[in-house]
Design a protein around this ligand. Structure first.
Ligand code: PRP
Ligand code: GLN
Ligand code: MG
Length: 506
């Protein structure tokens, strides 16, 4: 669930893009990149594996000159996690284009073949985002004029929408022109736009995955970029917008609200924080109804994302809410780490139990979601070892039984703890005395309450329905073969690092 940002300003944007990426860090911890256009119309690029604070040193920031730029934090969901697949990507023709992408394409292989056969474009990595950039480049290349008009750009995006499938929220820059941003016709991945009016009345624009990036930089939130819509902001600050898809509709990813997004973001008109409070409320009511005679002493969240929901559950159940775990602030999110071994090792380093809150008590632990069960298995073991009597577990999201193909790295059903198991069997596998999940209808209702105009959500991990209509059994089998934890490990060991052609180490 990468994070993207783009700014068209009237003074250097390097620091602002850096700051925006730091507040989008929760969306991707694997690699970060910034590209700017300097006053001589050269791209200036720095990207590498690591957190934002590690990737950009003073010497990189000084080189990232220019008043227009884009940035990316990466959580790999296609290809490898090698630095050669860090974003933004660059292509030199036409004009010189760079692009950063959040999401995942579902027809990448076919597109890659077509690019080679029809446009004679070679793609040097296994990244779907490099394919996407080449499709955009190839569409822009069809105009023979020296300068593209806004209509040319929108027409190119229309064709991009017709060609690619899947989820994408993108920012791109074209030398001599400006910044382009666009969102897939289902609006699966988020994208917002904001502005900042300077004292000389000039307006700077910013697009970002989450509104929290606008807040941090004192940009005024304008609105969500609509599904299918494209935004074009020229290098001198003129804003153009157009709906570029014929059947655009809102079907945003519900997992953004469950886990990915920051609670202080406003996404598709819905406060993420409010949706989590409501998830807690609904689950609290279900627990009160179904576990009437359960003797719960205390409600404890598994930090960090579950805290908002857990607090509300405690309120509904009229039980004390306690911080039973201490979270190590120097360990990031475990779910978005690339391999299962790393995820497993990190849970124990990240969370430690406060014995006093557990000893001799019946505890209700709350998590926002249970995916592979990595967190809950280890946490429950730890909680038992510090003397908890009974351990009950509640998940603010329903059982996750299906792979995701739109930008969440859960490509294989049998890696999911709920796959082929009923609630009792999951409880047993995790080691819980009792387990309860949110109902899907309640989850949808909790999120929808913030914006009742939204009628559809992308819920495939819960119900196995894929909105783009192109996900077959054989697609999922291929995905399993290429992206399971075992095959990813093999790729990493082979030669993914050698794919690099741009040396970005310095
Ligand atoms: O069942 P699993 O495969 O372990 O995945 C689910 C867990 O992973 C996430 O936490 P994470 O540590 O990524 O981030 P957080 O601090 O935001 O909760 C999520 O909040 C759950 O706790
Ligand atoms: N999580 C994402 O949005 C990933 C973007 C892209 N598919 C990549 O793997 O780099
Ligand atoms: Mg968590």
């Amino acid at each position: 669930m990468c994070g993207v940002v783009g700014i068209v300003g009237f003074s250097p944007v390097n620091q602002s893009i850096y700051d925006a990426l730091t507040v989008l860090q929760h969306r991707g911890q694997d690699a970060a990149g910034i590209v700017t256009i300097d006053e001589n119309d050269y791209f200036r690029l720095r990207k590498a594996n690591g957190l934002v604070q590690d990737v950009f040193q003073a010497q990189h920031m000084q080189r990232l000159q220019g008043n227009i730029g884009i940035g990316h934090v990466r959580y790999p969901t296609a290809g490898s996690s090698s630095v050669s697949e860090a974003q933004p990507f660059y292509v030199n023709s036409p004009y010189g284009i760079t692009l950063a992408h959040n999401g995942n394409l579902t027809n990448t292989n076919e597109l890659r073949d077509n690019m080679l056969k029809q446009a004679r474009r070679h793609i040097n990595t296994t990244s779907d985002s490099e394919v996407l950039l080449n499709i955009l480049a190839s569409e822009l290349d069809k105009f023979t004029t020296d300068r593209l008009t806004p209509e040319n750009i929108f027409s190119a995006i229309e064709h991009v929408h017709q060609t690619i499938k899947g989820a994408y929220a993108c920012v791109a820059m074209v030398i001599g022109h400006g910044l382009i941003a666009f969102r897939d016709p289902n609006g699966i991945r988020p994208l917002v736009i904001g502005k900042r009016v300077l004292s000389n009345q000039k307006t700077e624009y910013m697009v970002a995955s989450e509104s929290v990036a606008l807040d941090t930089l004192d940009f005024e939130f304008l609105r969500d970029v609509e599904p299918g819509e494209a935004i074009y902001i020229t290098q001198d600050g003129q804003l153009y917008t157009k709906q570029c898809a014929t059947h655009a509709k809102y079907c945003p990813c519900i997992f953004e609200y469950v886990y990915f997004a920051r609670p202080d973001s406003l996404m598709n008109g819905i406060s993420v924080y409010q949706s989590r409070i409501l998830m807690g409320q609904k689950l609290g009511q279900k627990i009160a109804k179904e576990w009437q005679d359960l003797d719960i002493d205390v409600v404890i969240p598994i930090p960090e994302t579950s805290c908002d929901a857990a607090l509300e559950i405690a309120r509904i159940l009229n039980k004390p809410y306690r911080q039973g775990f201490v979270k190590n602030r120097y360990v990031g999110r475990t779910f978005i780490m690339p391999g299962q071994t790393m995820r497993q090792r990190s849970v124990r380093r990240k969370l430690n139990a406060n014995r006093i809150e557990f000893e001799g008590k019946n505890v209700l632990l709350v998590d926002d979601s249970i995916v592979r069960g990595t967190t809950s298995q280890q946490i429950l073991e730890m909680v038992r070892s510090v003397g908890a009597k009974k351990i009950y577990l509640a998940s603010a999201a329903p059982e996750i039984r299906y792979p995701n193909v739109y930008g969440i790295d859960m490509p294989v059903a049998n890696e999911l703890i709920a796959y082929n198991r009923n609630v009792q069997q999951i409880a047993q596998a995790i080691g819980a005395d009792k387990l309860i999940f949110q109902d899907l209808n309640d989850l949808i209702a909790a999120v929808r309450e913030g914006n009742p105009e939204l009628t559809e959500f992308e819920c495939s991990v819960f119900d196995g329905r894929y909105i783009t209509g192109d996900i077959s059994e054989s697609y999922l089998t291929n995905l399993q073969n290429s992206r399971s934890d075992t095959s990813k490990g093999a790729l990493q060991n082979k030669d993914a690092e050698n794919l690099e052609i741009y040396n970005v180490d310095q």
